[in-house]
Write a protein that binds this ligand. Structure first.
Ligand code: GDP
Length: 300
């Protein structure tokens, strides 16, 4: 993944040096851990997360599992791999389905994070599995957002519920409620609610998102975050966690060139699992998130 290109090559180089050694001394371990720390910080991983990560790697690398290993360097790589899987969330967390359909999914995040695109990707992914999702257009702030969702719905081959005179123009909470009612009456089994984002976190946006959440009681609230936003990821994620208490995270733009440290910080910082990854502008550039696969890609 392009986002981790730099981090990957830094780690690979570090491990190459390590492999050149036979038995590892404490100072070999320390210099390796220092290199890992530097590589993670350069990738924009949050400082606290880096500290916790390298602390665990160091402790394990100095312990018996490495000391007694046939190939100590290989064992250290294995430890780094396992700890990466841990900070990425451990087990895969799948989408929650409602016991009684429709399953209601609300999307939240900053403007430009990729919510609207994601709504289409998620809808297509569900449709491909035989589900009948309804997209609900509650981003009434950004000019064109409703039209954009319409385009995405058409590409995905799914239905859309959008404001028009009489169904709550200008009031996203009403549109969300009516959209869910429409899904119930027409027996769609999923509802995906796209909400407004701003360029920065703001109180009004958060209140609106919180009001929508309260009105429709979603099964999942997915916080959509651009993996390339660097150190801002932590404060943004915390603000959304406080504001809408999201149940899961979607990482977008993992195909980008910038440093994707957000991807590695978000789980630890919020305690919420990453459910999906978006890797391009096309509707097919999307996949359920597997912590172990992501760790392997980083260490590839
Ligand atoms: P929203 O404001 O959160 O609804 O964001 P949009 O869905 O409109 O996306 C903003 C821009 O990012 C658009 O140009 C999308 O095509 C682009 N985009 C969304 N997801 C991805 C992704 O995973 N990778 C890349 N490269 N671009 C993306």
């Amino acid at each position: 993944m392009a986002t981790f290109g730099n981090l990957s090559s830094r780690l690979t180089d570090t491990f190459k040096n390590l492999r050149a050694k036979g038995k590892l001394t404490a100072s070999d371990v320390d210099s390796t851990v220092r290199e890992i720390r530097r590589a993670l910080l350069e990738a924009d991983v949050a400082l606290d997360v880096v500290k916790e990560f390298t602390g665990r790697v160091r402790e394990r690398a100095l312990g018996d599992e490495v000391n007694k290993a046939l190939n100590p360097a290989q064992q250290v790589v294995q430890i780094v791999n396992e700890e990466l899987v841990t900070i990425l969330g451990g087990e895969q967390r799948r989408l929650e389905f409602a016991k009684n359909p429709p399953t209601i999914i609300m999307l939240a995040g900053l403007q430009g994070a990729g919510k609207t695109t994601l709504a289409g990707k998620l809808a297509k992914w569900l449709r491909d599995q035989g589900h009948t999702p309804l997209l609900v257009a509650c981003d009434l702030q950004r000019p064109n957002a409703v039209t954009q969702l319409g385009v995405v719905a058409e590409q995905a081959g799914v239905a859309i519920y959008a404001p028009e005179p009489g169904n709550g123009v200008g009031d996203p909470v009403k549109v969300a409620k009516n959209g869910v009612a429409e899904a119930k009456s027409k027996q769609y089994d999923f509802v995906i609610v796209d909400t407004a984002g701003r360029l920065g976190v703001d109180a009004e946006l958060m209140q609106q998102a919180a009001n929508i959440r309260k009105a429709i009681d979603p099964d999942e609230v997915l916080f959509v975050i651009d993996a390339m936003i660097g150190q801002d990821a932590v404060t943004t994620a915390q603000a959304f966690q406080q504001g809408v208490d999201f149940t899961g995270v979607v990482l977008t733009k993992l195909d980008g060139d910038a440093r994707g440290g957000a991807a590695l910080s978000i789980r630890s910082v919020t305690g919420r699992p990453i459910l999906f990854a978006s890797t391009g502008e096309g509707l097919g550039d999307f996949e359920p998130f597997h912590p172990d696969r992501m760790a392997s890609r980083i260490l590839d």
